[in-house]
Design a protein around this ligand. Structure first.
Ligand code: NAD
Ligand code: MLT
Length: 527
């Protein structure tokens, strides 16, 4: 199986993919048709910020399971399109946080002390000691825009250097800010009070152009540092603000268009210092993100949970062994429920009872939905199943109960519409022995794979014998049989595990008998 790598990553990541048995193809310069042809048979794609992952590129990749982003920012990846294609998008959000924070600190000092400008003068032979008068950061105010992973690391570094910390982040609690010694305020107040503002938000429709001429004017005599994403700050307004002396200076590692164009006004402004997107460029960070991305690619292709999936349920590695047995079981329960229901569905309930209710179960619910939709959408997987439910207007409800009557853990999938419902429950017996233990309220004990016949019949003498005879006469061996009934002589539900598929003639023969209400064949094999 092939993994295509279209932006350079550390060798440690490539080695890990090869060790896992993948063929690794690098295509750093490929574009257009060449890129489409390279991705055609790839199961994984590894990118950094250089490759635009568009709907067209995803459309050219019928085998693709995962796009791994060796880094944090995913603004170059169309996540909605990936979800529609059932492709996981996963990033490596931890590996380069320290590197980005350290680069922010370095850029702040470089701007405040004009280090690159002074260095350039000396290298060209001028001892310009009298030309540079810097700003001390001790006792000044730092305004942090975006107090996430990198923003917090920046706070941890500048606090001990004597700076007062202010932060703007509408999605972070005051407690977290307090713990860092930072005061939360709105953007205008942060910029008005700050001597240095550092930007650490993602690029989103909300943050694009968030800092323009008006905002920069509030930071008067200050410094603007952006090592996050270029589009957050208006570059023309920034160059003008520095040239006009509104700001003392700026330092940028990221740009709206990368590589930065030769005619960018930022290059003409003396007090704007620039680096070519180097925030994550340390050996440690590159190894971290490359190996973390490789691990996620391996997990995705092996159908295991992906730790940092952005469009699929993810799960903590330590919890996975407890949840894993229920992933396939819920899928089968969803599949059986849907096939038996055989009607338009409006609601899906996934109920967790007992020990499993204490776990992270998003991935189990997604698998139940995958099982439900497998007949309708051949491309369904745990990534796109929740959005398929939404598109189809199906309400998905999860519920949890700490007690599971008779079982340690029980997962029940119910499909319903206004006029009826059917539910299927499964559990795990000790030793990794999955069982379907209830269908439509009837107690059964069925192995959830192979060929299954579900018969609804009246509990009359001889019915079970009749079904056995019809199957036996056709050469179909019964591996197991489980009968559940409401009352003696009332309705019953019988589940047969068969060694072969019964023909439609057999099903018709069974249903022609007046004691049999319905007979349904379900193939639980993975085809
Ligand atoms: P993060 O998701 O942990 O933090 C982002 C923070 O921004 C969050 O706390 C979020 O609440 C906040 N935010 C979102 N919208 C906001 C808004 N409208 N106003 C204010 N705050 C808002 O991300 P991170 O890991 O801290 O990364 C931060 C940025 O740094 C990202 O853009 C990432 O791509 C970039 N980055 C760049 C480099 C580099 O090489 N230069 C390296 C690493 C990260
Ligand atoms: C990131 O988003 O992780 C950074 O921009 C680093 C990078 O990939 O160069």
């Amino acid at each position: 199986m092939k993994i295509l790598v279209t932006d350079p990553i550390a060798d440690a990541g490539l080695d890990r993919l090869r060790e896992a048995g993948f063929e690794v193809e690098t295509a750093y310069e490929a574009e257009g048709e060449a890129l489409h042809s390279a991705i055609h048979d790839a199961v994984g794609l590894v990118v950094r910020s250089g490759t635009e992952v568009t709907p067209e590129l995803l459309g050219a990749a019928p085998e693709l399971v995962i796009v791994g982003r060796a880094g944090i920012g995913v603004d170059n990846i169309d996540i909605d399109a990936a979800t529609e294609h059932g492709v996981i998008v996963a990033n490596a959000p931890e590996g380069n946080v320290r590197a980005a924070a350290e680069h922010t600190v370095a850029m702040t000092f470089a701007a405040a002390r004009s280090i690159p400008q002074a260095h350039a003068r000396l290298k060209t032979g001028t001892w310009a000691k009298g030309e540079f008068l810097g700003t001390e950061l001790d006792d000044k105010t730092l305004g942090i825009v975006g107090l996430g992973r990198v923003g917090q690391e920046v706070a941890r570094r500048f606090g001990p250097l004597g700076m007062d910390l202010l932060a703007y982040d509408p999605y972070i609690g005051a407690d977290r800010a307090d713990a860092l010694g930072a005061e939360l305020a709105d953007l205008d107040a942060v910029l008005e009070r700050a001597d240095v503002a550092t930007v650490h938000t993602p690029l989103t429709p909300e943050t694009e152009g968030m800092i323009g001429e008006t905002e920069l004017s509030k930071l008067d005599d200050g410094y603007l540092i952006n090592c996050a994403r270029g589009g957050v700050v208006d570059e023309h307004a920034l160059a003008a603000a520095v040239e006009d002396g509104v700001l003392n200076g700026a330092a940028l590692d990221v740009f709206a268009e990368e590589p930065l164009a030769d005619d960018s006004p930022l290059l003409d402004a003396d007090n704007v210092i620039v680096t070519p997107h180097l925030g994550a460029s340390t050996e440690a960070a590159q190894e971290n993100v490359a190996t973390s991305t490789a691990d996620q690619i391996v997990a995705a292709v092996n159908d295991e949970p992906v730790m940092n999936a952005l469009n699929a349920p993810s799960i903590d590695a330590s919890a996975f062994p407890r949840v894993e047995p229920y992933i396939g079981l819920a899928e089968t329960a969803g599949r059986i429920a849907m096939e038996l229901f055989d009607a338009h569905i409006e609601e899906a309930h996934v109920e967790y009872a007992g020990d499993i209710a204490a776990e992270e179960i998003d991935i189990v619910t997604a698998s139940a939905l995958k099982g439900m939709f497998r007949q309708l959408e051949p491309q369904v997987n745990a990534v796109n199943a929740p959005s398929l439910a939404e598109e189809r207007g199906i309400d998905v409800v999860e519920s949890k109960a700490t007690q599971a009557e008779d079982f340690q853990s029980l997962v029940t999938v119910t499909v319903a519409n206004g006029s009826g419902e059917i539910s299927v429950s499964g559990t795990q017996f000790t030793g990794g022995d999955p069982r379907i233990v209830r269908i439509d309220g009837y107690r059964v004990d069925a192995i959830p794979h192979g060929h299954m016949l579900v018969a609804r019949n009246y509990d009359h003498p001889g019915v079970i014998g009749f079904i056995g005879t019809v199957l036996g006469d056709s050469g179909i061996n019964i591996a197991g049989m489980y009968n559940g009934r409401e009352t003696i002589g009332g309705e019953a539900l019988t589940v047969y595990s068969l060694d072969d598929e019964p023909s439609t003639d057999i099903i018709e023969t069974l249903e022609d008998d007046e004691r049999i209400i319905q007979a349904q064949y379900l193939s639980l094999n993975d085809e």
